[in-house]
Design a protein around this ligand. Structure first.
Ligand code: SF4
Ligand code: SF4
Length: 210
């Protein structure tokens, strides 16, 4: 079954993504953090952990592109995967610019994934088993924190726990409560583009939301 989002799920994921942005911006503002002029670009990070709902939402953005742009994007995605597999075959971790990035900017900004919206600022999260995790943020943010001489308990943090829980609930709804039965999404963004919108043949019930 092709996992198309219902309008209700699209709307709620959009609201969740906005809330992620607000939480990120609040911490970035306190620290004076921004990406302008950064000598690095995180869009070349190799990351494989996503969700079906984000994949489907990404494809809503892809589907809305003019044909020419979509074809160019998919061709970049294929080139990305070929190069990534070559590097992996040599035992190297790929560091290749995301095919969605054009001239340093995300060409599907509204549809970018959670990882794209959370990386950068210091963050914290409580895992379901109660373990607390802390993320220091990107190298630039770590420099800022160090430069400001902040003690551990003074560092502002983006709290990810509730945001993640909301994402999991939406994922659960999209998968009609069968999240535990389907394989995890362990793919690059390029792979999600090449494969088309997510398709789970054995997940046949539709979500209840209109
Ligand atoms: S998040 Fe940090 S490393 Fe990434 S582009 Fe922004 S400033 Fe640079
Ligand atoms: S989807 Fe956009 S923000 Fe995310 S890695 Fe690709 S270009 Fe960067």
């Amino acid at each position: 079954m092709l996992l198309n989002l219902t309008p209700g799920l699209t709307e709620e994921l959009g609201i969740l993504y906005e809330d992620m942005e607000k939480a990120y911006d609040a911490v970035a503002e306190v620290l004076g953090h921004g990406c302008d002029g950064c000598p690095d670009n995180c869009c070349d990070s190799y990351f494989l952990h996503h969700t079906y709902i984000e994949w489907a939402y990404l494809w809503e953005g892809v589907a809305a592109l003019p044909d020419k742009d979509r074809e160019a994007l998919l061709s970049r995605a294929k080139a990305y995967e070929l190069e990534a597999q070559k590097l992996i075959g040599r035992g190297e971790r790929p560091r290749i610019m995301c095919p969605v990035n054009q001239d340093g900017r995300c060409s599907l900004y509204k549809h970018r994934l959670m990882v794209c919206r959370t990386h950068g600022v210091p963050a914290s999260m409580t895992r379901p088993d109660g373990q607390q995790l802390r993320f220091p943020g990107c190298f630039r943010c770590q420099d800022l924190v160090e430069g400001q001489g902040l003690a551990e308990n003074e560092i502002p943090l983006m709290e990810r726990t509730d945001l993640l829980k909301r994402l999991v609930l939406l994922e659960h709804e999209l998968l009609s409560g069968k999240r535990h039965l389907v394989p995890k999404v362990k793919r690059t963004i390029a792979s999600m583009l090449i494969s088309g919108p997510p398709d789970l043949p054995h997940c046949s019930d539709r979500p209840t939301r209109p």
